[in-house]
Write a protein that binds this ligand. Sequence first.
Ligand code: ZN
Length: 93
Amino acid sequence: MKWIKLSEIINEIAKQKVELVMSLQTKSDYRAALLRRGDLLVIYLNMAYNKSDNEIIESIAHELAHLKAERHTNKFYEEYERLKNEIKQKMEV
Ligand SMILES: [Zn+2]
């Protein structure tokens, strides 16, 4: 994964600085999570469940879509699909 490029794309989409935190907590259930810490947004990626570039992009698109819709509504999935395509296009994946 081209992490610097991905990070720049994420900041651009979120219109703010987003910190990416990766963990290898294989006993934990979550695949990714979005947290607000004051002004900072943090996306946690559980690398046990994000093995391919495609999975990483899907997880990040999912978390960023939550900025537009908190719950998994139709609006959320529309935004998720849109962001997934945008990130893939910009990453040239
Ligand atoms: Zn979700």
